[in-house]
Design a protein around this ligand. Sequence first.
Ligand SMILES: *Cc1c(COP(=O)(O)O)cnc(C)c1O
Length: 220
Amino acid sequence: MENAASRLADVRANIAKVCKPARREPAEVTLIAVSKTHDAPEIQPLIDAGQRVFGENRVQEAQAKWPALRAAHPDIELHLIGQLQSNKAEEAVALFDAIHSLDRPSLLTALAKAMDKAGRRVPCFVQVNIGDEAQKGGCPLADLPAFLEAVRAADVPLAGLMCIPPADTEAAPFFALLAKLAADHGLTGLSMGMSGDYETAVMLGATHIRVGTALFGSRG
Ligand SMILES: *Cc1c(COP(=O)(O)O)cnc(C)c1O
């Protein structure tokens, strides 16, 4: 993993390169290093290279890996990027600094309750089913206005919107749609873009990009 630092430098350089024509500052873009399936010895070089924001998609996996890694670096931020079951809400609230997959009323209720109980409010992105795909997670487009209202009423900190565009198709129109929806609802946070399309996402306003493979190599 001696390549971790150079991969990180490459991704950061690519972000800076597209920020310029987009008239954005690289500091406006939070790079979330998605470390799912990678173990501590693979993660440590990125921490050593200065990366401080990481993403995991499973509560249990994160619980197993991160307390030890974080003990040495209390400034590390951990984001939950994967689907969350309501019965794991308490554990998620205890462990994560942001949740990117709030997508349904039952989960909202569970998270609000968990945050009250913990006395800790965790910023949440509402995940939008941007391609209206039957099997995909995310709030249906038609339900979004009412759901955002419910999130606000529940006093759950609303960080912005998140999406995973349909596979095997041009992502840009979906990123543009998510940006428009966020603007329509007065939201500034945009969690969009992965290894294959983060530059496009940054051009279209992403504030949080979730990059795994480009930093860690393939997940095997
Ligand atoms: C795994 C994952 C990513 C990172 O994907 P890469 O293609 O490896 O960059 C981003 N977002 C979500 C929701 C993921 O599950």
